[in-house]
Design a protein around this ligand. Structure first.
Ligand SMILES: [Zn+2]
Length: 331
């Protein structure tokens, strides 16, 4: 999931308590230690309420999404370069038959050698010029690959939710921007999280899309990561685009799920950052408090029993509602 914290480096920004003080965590053991709860209520976004209020609410099938998590976890650890990773690629592609699928494949040069990395992209055309991207990583932590680690939440939940969102967008007429789903790869560091040892797939894709002109067509980039935790508290990432965060919060509020969002504000390094840096409106939906003090994160305890289909439902439905609200924006 999040790289930063994955590697253990979480910049916790105590917005209210101690204005602008950032704490860098250097070890996974310390992750979450200084998570300070703050409540930052976003200001209302400039929405078209009449449209939003009359649009029917869409929902995902959370039981099916949860089954995808179970399927994915059965493969075991899924780090880049592994046989299990290849099996998972096939599994994902097998669920996208008939869709317009692209694979952004390249070789990543890492501190542990060269690895094949493949971002999987599926495109559902809309009626309006512009693209909404929904992304989440499918690789799992590399250093823990031989520890029994399965990454049910970190890697599993995002992979599964995107598969369920694919079912949704495939089955309905998309009256709005085109929706592209992206299973990002190589999100995890292979050695220790740094700006060059992390986010391999998303950095590559952002550059590629900058060169080919795709980037400027993206109206919103919605990233999901570690969103299966039964005790769901989606953090407010201080590096995300604030107007888009506001839209997400409005979506959550409309569905009655706002108590699961933005209880604290932290800075998270994740797959949205390469896009944020290139000016794409982006938001990271991540719950980096996985178990008390984030104790399950990047440990063999990141297992199915910690997850709930209800959490997948909440995040999936809020994502769909956010898409609907973004489609209702004037431009
Ligand atoms: Zn991770």
């Amino acid at each position: 999931m999040i790289a930063a914290r994955k590697a253990g480096r979480i910049g916790v920004i105590m917005l209210i308590a101690s204005m602008g003080v950032a704490c860098g965590h250097e070890n996974t053991e310390e992750a979450g230690k200084s998570a300070v709860s703050t409540t930052v209520v976003p200001a209302p976004a400039d929405l078209a309420p009449a449209t939003a209020a009359t649009t029917p609410v869409a929902t995902i099938d959370s039981a099916r999404a949860m089954q995808y998590v179970r399927d994915v976890v059965k493969f075991g650890a899924r780090p880049i370069g592994s046989e299990n990773h290849k099996k998972l690629e096939k599994y994902i592609l097998g669920h996208l038959r008939g869709d317009k699928v692209e694979v952004d494949a390249f070789e990543a040069d890492t501190p542990e050698g060269k690895f094949p990395v493949k971002n999987i992209i599926t495109k559902y055309p809309g009626t309006r010029e512009g693209i909404i991207v929904i992304a989440g990583h499918y690789d799992t932590n590399y250093p823990l690959r031989d520890t029994g680690y399965v990454g049910a939440n970190d890697g599993g939940s995002s992979t599964a939710l995107l598969l369920e969102l694919a079912n949704h967008f495939r089955s309905k007429k998309n009256d709005g921007y085109s929706v592209w789903l992206v299973w990002t790869d190589g999100e995890e560091a292979v050695k220790q999280w740094t700006s060059t040892d992390s986010l391999y797939g998303s950095r590559h894709l952002a550059e590629k899309w900058q060169k080919d002109g795709t980037l400027k067509k993206i109206k919103a980039f919605l990233l999901v990561d570690m969103i299966g935790d039964a005790d769901l508290n989606v953090d407010q990432d201080t590096g995300s685009t604030s107007w888009l965060q506001n839209v997400v919060f409005q979506a959550a509020t409309r569905l009655g799920y706002q108590s699961h969002f933005y209880g604290r504000a932290i800075g998270v390094e994740d797959d949205h950052l390469p896009f944020v840096r290139m000016g794409v409106p982006s938001v990271d939906l991540i719950d980096l408090n996985y178990g008390y003090g984030n104790v399950f994160h990047h440990t063999p305890q990141d297992t199915l029993d910690k997850l709930s289909p209800k959490s997948l439902q909440i995040v999936g439905d809020v994502v769909l509602e956010t898409v609907s609200l973004v489609n209702s924006l004037k431009n």
